[in-house]
Design a protein around this ligand. Sequence first.
Ligand SMILES: Cc1cc2nc3c(=O)[nH]c(=O)nc-3n(C[C@H](O)[C@H](O)[C@H](O)COP(=O)(O)OP(=O)(O)OC[C@H]3O[C@@H](n4cnc5c(N)ncnc54)[C@H](O)[C@@H]3O)c2cc1C
Length: 390
Amino acid sequence: MDLRDSPEEAAFRAEVRQWLQDNLPEGWGTPAFKEPEDPEEHVKFLKEWQGKLASGGWAGINWPKEYGGRAVTVLQKIIFEEEYEAAYGPDMIHLAVGLDLVGPVLITAGEQWQKERFVGPCLKGEEIWCQGFSEPGAGSDLAALQTRGEIDGDELVINGQKIWTSFAHHADFCILVVRTNTEVKKHKGLTFVIVDMKSPGIEIRPLVEMTGHQWFNEVFFENVRVPLKNVVGGIDKGWGVVMETLNVERSSASQHSKLDAQIARLIKTAKAQGIDKDPLFRQELARTVTDSMVLKMTAYRNASAFIKSGESGPEGSIIKLFWADVDQRFKNQIVNAMGPAGLALEGDPAAADQGYWQHQLLWSKASSIYAGTSEIQRNIIATRVLGLPR
Ligand SMILES: Cc1cc2nc3c(=O)[nH]c(=O)nc-3n(C[C@H](O)[C@H](O)[C@H](O)COP(=O)(O)OP(=O)(O)OC[C@H]3O[C@@H](n4cnc5c(N)ncnc54)[C@H](O)[C@@H]3O)c2cc1C
């Protein structure tokens, strides 16, 4: 495999770089530019930026053209993400469920009216989505979920509770998985449905993370009535749509881009903190640079396999597992190397890089949990990559 950009890829890379340079908000990337702190204002800022990406033709770039995408190749998608991270483009996490999960899943599995109604607004960042999968008794073993959906006329009546629902408090809609049949094997009785978060009977209770931020929620459903036409994939046929969603969620191929951008930022912080000559710090930095290259090569190898077979395999689990490990070790070591300045909280004048690394350290604990824990990734690699027995 030739790892250099082809002339077409080099031209594409230059185009992305130029567009970002011309369009990122005024002052972006300088200490003077601050994203809004108020959560509502922040979401508004991200929606506006997504609208700008969409009008420039840089949203959902791997989606088919008929849905507003550019139908770019897997490698072009990686190139876009490399350039976006290198420019420290805004983190679009609040819009990620809509953009990264709902759009692609509806394009594959949605009814025609669902595609027409929801896919465009996902692309333009006009509506926020949340993902109502996990429950107090069902995370890794998602098929054990208990939230009930009972058919009543042409509606589904929903009762139960979800947990860890990121951004439910900002969301317009939710992709919800409910149990519609208790008489069959657990994964055969599930239904995947689109729920309007303004429906009567929904209560959202915030959960504050150890970072001090509030992303997660518990979401309670009491006799919430949802039109049957909102079901995706058919009654009791939700498991296939869930698997499609999780495959899309785990297939992110550009973790190395984010890591490279953080390494570049870290070098600046290290110089400012006077630890850039510290041998232990340098050793950790070199190790992380090497790990990032390993991630990049694995992503390119997966992309190449995808181009040949047209299918994304379980190798995405290797990237997810390795990246979670690198992310946590890297953040831990560098905050140690920074000493008290690394541990000082955001807003503390003594904090290195305005508390960015302290926040990153705490946040890195999530890497081995979301989108399938590291133990679950190991199970997938064992059975589906190495062919070991369950
Ligand atoms: C940042 C973040 C965002 C999230 N956002 C959402 C969201 O928007 N919507 C949503 O629905 N969920 C969300 N989640 C929840 C996430 O999907 C679950 O936390 C995850 O699936 C694990 O489930 P659990 O927490 O119930 O842990 P459990 O499944 O109870 O696991 C507990 C421990 O047991 C281990 N374990 C479980 N089963 C096995 C097994 N078969 N073999 C070996 N070890 C096993 C796990 O690895 C883990 O260490 C989010 C989580 C995080 C961290």
